[in-house]
Design a protein around this ligand. Structure first.
Ligand SMILES: Nc1nc2c(ncn2[C@@H]2O[C@H](COP(=O)(O)OP(=O)(O)OP(=O)(O)O)[C@@H](O)[C@H]2O)c(=O)[nH]1
Ligand SMILES: [Mg+2]
Length: 212
């Protein structure tokens, strides 16, 4: 029997959306029950929220430490979002890809643009849109983790984020969460099957042809 688990290249799967469009929920659902994709844990200078876990949600760092990481070239991309800095540590991403695992990124359009420069071919970019402006507002207010002022700021930023939708490979309108979950999973599974992501295929086919 030919070896069925054909070796493949890991891919970088980016999810972006305006705040409140359901990106985090979709990211979580993608990670559940899939051993081949891991989340990229960002560093951020924003304060930890109740319920957040260091090293799981983010690595929470000072402005000074963030600056040091930038200077040492330890971040694959970094950006200022709202009033805080966010960045993607390069090491874990490189390790995962080298092992043929996929990496999921919950980053904004600025990060997606920078990764496009750094890692064009390995990148799959998905943008999540809310079904309406009203839904977006409702989701932001019911979340209520932040002050009204912060929420208003995020709403203003939503237009800015949405204006970058056309820079993405795929766009999902998240009107029904179950459908959106299926759609994100479908994108990941299809992208994994891309021929160029399966460098082991030539050997596999050879084995078939030689009747091994
Ligand atoms: N460029 C970049 N953006 C990031 C990174 N980490 C998180 N972000 C983005 O920063 C924004 C704010 O994230 P958070 O502070 O966690 O707030 P949130 O409530 O999760 O906000 P939303 O996910 O937008 O609803 C989101 O759009 C994230 O996608 C990163 O490493 N790089
Ligand atoms: Mg989020």
């Amino acid at each position: 029997m030919p070896q069925l688990d054909v070796q493949r290249r890991g891919l970088m799967f980016v999810l972006s959306s305006p705040s409140g469009a359901g990106k985090s929920t979709l990211a979580r659902s993608l990670l559940e029950g899939d051993g081949e994709i891991t989340m990229s844990v960002s560093v951020t200078t924003r304060p930890m929220r109740p319920g957040e876990v260091e090293g799981k949600d983010y690595y929470f760092v000072s402005r000074e430490d963030f600056g040091l990481m930038v200077n040492r070239d330890e971040l694959l991309e970094h950006a200022k979002v709202f009033d805080h800095y966010y960045g993607t540590p390069a090491g874990p991403v490189e390790d995962a890809l080298a092992e043929g695992r996929d990496v999921l990124f919950d980053i904004d359009w600025q990060g997606a643009q920078q990764l496009t420069q750094a890692a064009g071919d390995d990148l799959v970019k998905v943008f999540i849109l809310p079904p309406s402006r009203q839904t977006l507002e409702e989701r932001l207010f019911t979340r209520a983790q932040d002050s009204a002022e912060v929420v208003a700021g995020r709403m203003a930023k939503a237009n800015d984020e949405i204006s970058h939708w056309a820079e993405y490979d795929y766009v999902i309108i998240n009107a029904d969460l179950e459908i959106a979950k299926r759609q994100v999973r479908g994108i990941l599974e299809s992208e994994r099957l891309k021929r160029r992501r399966q460098p082991g295929l030539a050997d596999f086919v050879k084995q078939i042809q030689e009747g091994l």
